[in-house]
Design a protein around this ligand. Sequence first.
Ligand code: ZN
Length: 341
Amino acid sequence: MELVPSGRPLAAPSRSRVGERPDFLMKSKIPGLHHVTAIASDPQRNLDFYVGVLGLRFVKRTVNFDDPGSYHFYFGDQRGTPGTILTFFPWPGARRGIRGTGQVEATAFAIPPDSVGYWLEHLKQQLVTAEKTSTRFGGEVIRLLDPDGLLIELIATNSHGKVDLWPDSPVSPEHAVRGFHSVSAALEGYERTARLLTESFGYRLVEESGNRFRFASPDDSAPGRIVDLLCQPDTATGRVAAGSVHHIAFRAKDEAEQLQWREHLVDLGYNVTPVIDRTYFHSIYFREPGGVLFEIATEPPGFTLDEKLEELGTHLRLPQWMESSRSQIENILPPIQVPGK
Ligand code: ZN
């Protein structure tokens, strides 16, 4: 199982000028998450859950560019707006991960405050393990497990970001999830991660309670602008496999800004990958001080690059450099059926 992102470097690592604090930090901030990527096992079960139960749109059916014999699924709002995108590598037969530090413990979507009752009933009818937990910083929280044991939360809030609801969702627009609310990262110690969020990304500590520290970007129209750090010094290190988050991606507005982020992170001593072409965005990856794999992904070009908005998720899309192997790839991939189609 390939867990370290590789792929096709677009640019050689640039030499940084040690000690020089780029002034772009004064004007560039990270507005929020771009996507969250997790590992699943059975592809059909994954699709049935995220489209059929959570009501997300299947926005892209492609393969893992580092392992083209397996799928890479993208779910999101109608167009896969950055800040709404949950992606999976479904590996049939993958063993389960172990929850612990150095990983994202929970991925939370925003729901309208009046929809808590709807969701509790809906999840019960769908036989999903779910419970309402205690209120967190004023918002009601529903915790549920996906079919691989991935911990998902639905958090009631009025202040969700701007999203583009999918009109054909099995969940009606009044109750539909409104992109990411937050992620909660479990860490042994949180200070160095907090410093990265505040001093570099431009996040602010907005709430704290017990071992939970909430950071938010200043852009309150951005979906997925919150990161909670959970300080868990007594918890063992987790193991990433099925049912765990593999990495989280923050967004950059374009490639120029991404290169500036790269240079800044290298200056701070992080090992950052070269820019990698993920077709729908460009990516750089590095491990944050608490052990979670972070990515910075560009907002453009997005998922309508190779499919019309109304056809998103309908066809198997491959990057140009894999098209010559299309028939072999299609023979290996298990057949899937999108719910409702
Ligand atoms: Zn990613």
